[in-house]
Write a protein that binds this ligand. Structure first.
Ligand code: BG6
Length: 479
């Protein structure tokens, strides 16, 4: 802990993310004595208020609330209004004072349009030296060109090794567990390629709709909001080669290679390989909900659902489709990865038995956290007319295995890594840009081929074309 940076500045501190995630996470870390004993948190937003008013606006998690601890935690927080003026940055610099020598971690939880001006302001105020790191939330740009602009502006002030791009999926326990599952076990790796795997499915389904995020979401859509970042990170972890070690460079080098190997889509292929959808009125969890256009107040072509058939053009994955789908207003909240193994090369049960199925591995990320391997077993009995085979589940429930251990908010892990300076679970510039390159190919192909967002009823699994996308190949989505 001696190396941990002792000052944390949060821009956008009055915003939703800071209130829902960042301050509760910092409080949890504080309770666990994982923050430096002399930590100071400087909250910054556009509104003018004093320390007390800001402290009073923070809600701490009920499950771990302790009045004495909470009061002590809040004294660690100061407030400094910054809306962009040089004098405000100078005041912030004064507040940091000589603590700058003991390290400052800046977290930009602001709208992305402010990344460049905030970073420039920090630079001019002398708050960007070698003892300052900067973290920022997605989205980094809205396409390759704009992401380069943002990255150029950030890198003009902060060297890349001091830039921590947050993808909160990488802070989730089961996502990190993917690395352990793959590279901490001998069992799966020999089969983990086109030789043993027929296809992979990655689903991130949400029940929520727009959630009042109209100004951000409309015009962005599911491809840029979810696939460009979270889903490609999941895909990279599933598909990457074994890194030489668990170091930031080694892990990120392997991830970026996968993202660069994604086969671009074109106007000729995009209709076979993708489906866009937008929810209409329906019901989720028994409650009637409005359609997207009604929530918005006008018609829109933004997709709230996307399904893709991706190909990774490298030796390991040649010919193995990766089916990705994500959507809002789906029947349930669930993020999962299904690995569909190939059938046995020759079935000795073909004539004398029935029920043989290829193995599957289901990795559930949320809300449950478990890994389930379906293997074949014999149904008990005398089998006078041939063996009856059936699937049985080898089930590792992480919540049961780790019962009693508190499940941490993804941001706890990420904030701790930020102040301790471990960028392994943050996204490097080349990864962001490789992801945008692929996403741009899809987006441009949609525009050129006029691919519409097809309607689906809220509370269903998306347009029927998404089912056809996978069923054409003789497979079906796991539900
Ligand atoms: C965010 C997206 O990055 O991730 C949201 O902008 C989405 O649209 C959210 O709802 C999903 O995160 P989680 O952790 O709830 O799966």
């Amino acid at each position: 802990m001696t190396d941990a940076y002792q000052t944390i500045i949060i821009f956008g501190a009055t915003g939703d993310l800071a209130h829902r995630m960042l301050f509760p996470s910092l409080y949890n870390l504080y309770l666990d004595r994982l923050l430096p004993s002399d930590v100071q948190i400087i909250a910054s937003g556009r509104s003018v208020m004093d320390d007390e008013a800001f402290r009073a606006s923070i809600e701490l998690p009920d499950d771990r609330y302790d009045a004495e601890e909470a009061a002590a935690f809040l004294t660690r927080i100061r407030y400094c209004p910054v809306s962009g003026e040089a004098a405000q940055f100078a005041a912030l610099r004064d507040m940091v004072g000589d603590r700058i020598d003991r390290g400052v971690a800046v977290y930009l939880s602001t709208p992305p349009s402010l990344f460049a001006p905030m970073v420039a302001g920090l630079g001019k105020a002398g708050l960007a030296g070698p003892t300052v790191r900067i973290a920022m939330e997605k989205p980094i740009g809205h396409d390759l060109a704009s992401s380069r602009d943002v990255n150029d502006a950030v890198n003009a002030v902060f060297d890349e090794d001091r830039v921590f791009r947050v993808d909160h999926y990488l802070g989730k326990e089961t996502v990190q567990n993917l690395l352990v599952l793959r590279f901490g076990n001998m069992l799966f790796e020999p089969l983990w390629s086109a030789r043993g795997i027929e296809h992979v499915q990655i689903t991130v389904a949400e029940t929520v709709g727009l959630e009042g995020r109209v100004s951000y979401y409309d015009g962005v859509g599911a491809l840029k909001d979810m696939v460009q970042n979270h889903m490609l990170q999941l895909l990279a972890l599933v598909a990457m080669e074994a890194p030489a070690s668990m170091t930031p460079a080694a892990v990120r080098d392997e991830k970026v290679k996968v993202i660069r190997s994604l086969r671009p889509m074109s106007p000729d292929t995009v209709e076979q390989l993708s489906v866009r959808g937008q929810y209409g009125a329906g019901a989720v969890g028994g409650e009637p909900v409005k359609g997207y256009a009604d929530e918005l107040g006008h018609r829109s072509d933004t997709e709230t659902f996307v399904a893709l058939k991706a190909h990774i053009d490298n030796w390991r994955w040649a010919g193995v489709p990766f089916y990705l789908r994500t959507g809002k207003r789906m029947p349930e909240r669930s993020s999962e990865i299904l690995i569909q193994f190939r059938p046995v090369p020759h079935s000795i049960f073909a004539k004398k038995g029935k029920g043989l199925q290829p193995n599957t591995m289901l990795i559930r990320i949320q809300p449950q956290e478990n890994i389930q391997l379906q293997v074949m077993a014999k149904q008990p009995g005398l089998d006078r007319h041939g063996l009856n085979l059936r699937e049985v589940a080898l089930d590792v429930s992480l919540s049961t295995e780790a019962a009693g251990q508190r499940r941490r908010i993804a941001y706890e892990r990420l904030l701790l890594d930020l102040i301790e300076g471990d960028p392994t679970l943050f996204v490097r510039r080349d990864e962001v840009e490789a992801a945008w390159t692929w996403i741009d190919s899809i987006h441009q192909a949609w525009t050129q081929a006029n691919v519409p967002a097809r309607p689906y009823t809220a509370g269903t699994w998306g347009p029927s074309a998404a089912i056809a996308l996978i069923e054409r190949d003789g497979a079906s989505w796991h539900e």
